[in-house]
Write a protein that binds this ligand. Structure first.
Ligand SMILES: Cc1cc2nc3c(=O)[nH]c(=O)nc-3n(C[C@H](O)[C@H](O)[C@H](O)COP(=O)(O)OP(=O)(O)OC[C@H]3O[C@@H](n4cnc5c(N)ncnc54)[C@H](O)[C@@H]3O)c2cc1C
Length: 378
């Protein structure tokens, strides 16, 4: 017999959005998290409009900055800045604050969140799924939602396969008063030395998050890119508050999202935008749908509604992102040139604000024609 209706493994945005939705729907919900909030997570903390609106409907978003200008650079050079005329493009959060706000919302909705609870194993039978903690305690639930990130044991249980893996490296730098003035409301995006890689500077009050991302397996080049980027920015002497790295993985389009009573969300499911590696909006949306579906589900088959939602709503966005990444990898300097054009900048703004998904951006007439020509298929 199950002690809980829904057990969630991992308390990042995906798991906490799932717990919030399941508990709000009246399900007896427990979350098992190996760390303790507020906890750091290597992440730019850039919320696109989709993430912001999803979060703002459910939590008080602890914004550190709102961004209306982007400086684009190509390997640290050829800088130009574009400004949004009216509304901001991005909202900056620190993940410890942001995830803590979700933790509080999940608890307020009635979920029990157990921290310092490392999940070691999962199994299931005809009556329940069982989650075993590091100390040996077993928790039985009718349904389990795997939200344990990019090295998830729930992904392995479900059999998720991935066709893209990247390594992100980030420095949290102490910002001087001049840095704060120079970067307030503005981010830097740099197109990298290795095709498909890029870097960013995201302002967070008294800190600057400087990061780069590149295909996994090129650790030395990724480190070199980060240090050249920091040099080019003139930030080499800033005190380093934190220096960390984290993997991102994108699912294969045909990879499973469910095995019996267990479904996976967010990074555990490899749900991430392949070009920008933006993942918070994917974690919040997939987590919320999973929580709602799992709260209602009486049999494992009832969970198939979740698979349909992901396929319909996130599948096309990931397919468009894969296409853009292929294009960006084949023509690395193209993005820099595209952002200098009015249609390129308009489309980029609309996608940052969440007004257009990546799939809709690629369907816009001038973009569709340009992408078709450059990809060799009009
Ligand atoms: C360098 C970098 C920069 C990024 N920048 C951005 C950005 O600016 N904007 C954006 O939208 N996305 C960004 N992303 C992606 C984003 O960080 C992820 O997509 C997002 O965190 C996914 O949320 P999640 O809840 O699925 O997983 P996570 O946030 O990874 O949460 C997983 C949770 O599970 C817990 N856990 C793991 N294993 C276990 C276990 N065995 N037992 C119990 N608990 C466990 C972890 O402690 C963690 O709290 C970035 C990623 C990287 C690597």
């Amino acid at each position: 017999m199950a002690d809980w209706d829904v057990a969630v493994v991992g308390a990042g945005p995906g798991g906490l959005a799932a717990a919030h939705a399941a508990a709000s729907a009246g399900a007896r919900t427990i979350v098992l998290e190996r760390a303790e909030h507020p906890r750091y997570k290597t992440c730019g903390g850039g919320l696109i409009g989709t993430s912001l609106s999803w979060a703002a409907a459910r939590v008080s978003v602890p914004a550190r900055d709102t961004v209306s200008a982007i400086t684009f650079t190509d390997r640290g050079r050829r800088a130009f800045t574009r400004r949004a005329a009216d509304r901001p493009l991005l909202t900056m959060v620190r993940r410890d604050d942001f995830d803590f706000a979700w933790y509080q919302a999940a608890v307020a909705a009635g979920a029990q969140v157990r921290q310092n609870a490392l999940v070691r194993a999962i199994d299931q039978d005809a009556t329940a799924a069982r989650v075993t903690l590091a100390g040996g305690e077993v928790i039985a639930a009718r349904m389990v939602i795997g939200a344990d990130g990019s090295a998830a044991i729930t992904s392995r249980h479900v059999g998720v396969t991935f066709d893209q893996q990247d390594l992100g490296l980030e420095l949290e730098l102490a910002a001087t008063a001049e840095d704060r003035a120079a970067y307030r409301g503005r981010v830097v995006l740099d197109w990298g030395y290795v095709p498909g890689s890029y870097g960013w500077v995201f302002p967070k009050d008294d800190q600057l998050t400087v990061g780069v991302i590149m295909a996994k397996g090129r650790g030395a080049e990724t480190k070199r890119y980060l240090s050249r980027f920091v040099d080019a920015l003139g930030l080499t002497d800033r005190p380093v508050i934190r220096d960390s790295g984290h993997l991102t993985r994108c699912r294969r389009a045909d990879a499973p999202l469910r095995r019996g009573r267990v479904i996976v969300v967010g990074d555990a499911a490899g749900l991430l935008e392949p070009w920008t590696r933006e993942g918070i909006s994917f974690a919040l949306r997939s987590g919320t749908w999973a929580g709602e579906v799992a709260a209602r589900a009486r049999t494992p088959e009832d969970l198939s509604g979740y698979e349909l939602l992901v396929a319909e709503r996130l599948g096309p966005e990931m397919a468009a992102g894969r296409r853009l990444l292929r294009l960006f990898t084949r023509h690395p300097r193209l993005m820099h040139a595209a952002m200098a054009t009015p249609p390129g900048w308009r489309a980029f703004q609309a996608s940052c604000r969440g007004e257009l998904s990546m799939a809709e951006v690629l369907r816009r007439a001038p973009i569709r024609v340009a992408v078709g020509l450059l990809s060799g298929s009009a």
